[in-house]
Design a protein around this ligand. Structure first.
Ligand SMILES: [Zn+2]
Length: 289
């Protein structure tokens, strides 16, 4: 089937108290790995790329591969653009077939952030594409955006409520103490803040920086209203490890099917675990068909 707008799958997750895992992919094997994982779990799926990945692959390759996956496997798949600061890239992705985009203008002062996001929402709505916004600032490094700890700011519930209403975004990424990339210590999440935001904001809430957060804490955020969990670093690490293991065992290995095959299996295993953790197994068509 064609790629889907993720709003129905997110709304159903919100209603039923589970979450959709959104996986950042980088190449053909990582696309295959997350799609096979979702298929085996019979789960809805969000595949996402950062603008940096698109610089590496080109937009048409990603769209063609993900569309092909959606035709081969009878599960709903959305294609989402993660953390994009460029209006131009957003328009190119929408035109190429992305069904969801994130405009990240969270570094701008509040009113400019609102105006920038609203401009994207107004256009995306016309063509049936979902928009994720971000309010507060998530720390760490994603792609070429780095937010140091001093600039990271937790989401203020009242501001989130106003932002969601004024911009008309379909989902909202919030900052409750997670960070992109690998954590140095154990992350401390502000669960009470999440509950306060959930009270005031009616649209699906998104957790970024989920890699390295304990399963127990991820479950707690889902029980308090998170319905999209972004997973990037936690796929990259086992992928790199699997490739290293192949070359450690056989430094002369030169068959990409061997080392990329092992990489794909490693990514798929983590993706299945994450889907199970999010509670979306067996819910492929809930709220959609
Ligand atoms: Zn993020």
């Amino acid at each position: 089937m064609p790629l889907v707008n993720p709003i129905k799958m997110l709304k159903n997750a919100q209603r039923e108290g589970y979450a959709i895992a959104a996986f950042n992919i980088h190449n053909l094997e990582t696309i295959q790995a997350v799609v096979e994982a979702a298929w085996e779990e019979q789960s809805p799926l969000i595949i996402q790329t950062t603008p940096g990945t698109l610089k590496h692959t080109g937009i048409p390759y990603v769209v063609a591969c993900v569309k092909t996956a959606a035709e081969l496997y009878d599960i709903p798949i959305a294609l989402h653009l993660d953390h994009c600061e460029s209006f131009e890239t957003i328009m190119q992705c929408i035109r190429a077939g992305y069904t969801s985009v994130m405009i990240d203008s969270s570094k701008l002062p509040y009113h400019e952030n609102v105006a920038t996001v609203k401009r994207v929402v107004d256009i995306a709505k016309l063509v049936g594409v979902a928009v994720e916004g971000e309010i507060g600032r998530i720390g760490g490094t994603e792609d070429d955006i780095t937010v140091d700890e001093r600039d990271a700011a937790l989401t203020i519930p009242e501001e989130a409520q106003d932002f969601a209403q004024v911009t008309g975004v379909d989902s909202l990424a919030i900052a409750i103490g997670t960070a992109h990339g690998l954590y140095k210590g154990e992350p401390k999440l502000d669960f009470d803040r999440l509950s306060a935001i959930r009270e005031k904001v009616k649209i699906p809430l998104v957790l970024h920086g989920g890699s390295g957060v304990s399963d127990k804490d991820i479950k707690e955020t889902i029980s308090r209203g998170i319905c999209k969990v972004n997973i990037a670093t936690e796929l990259k690490v086992p992928m790199a490890q699997a490739i290293q293991d192949v070359f450690t065992a056989n430094p002369k290995e030169n068959d990409p099917r061997e080392y990329m095959g092992k990489a794909k299996e490693a990514v798929k295993k983590v993706a299945r675990n994450k889907i199970q953790l999010c509670g979306s197994s067996g819910r492929a068509w809930d709220g959609i068909r």
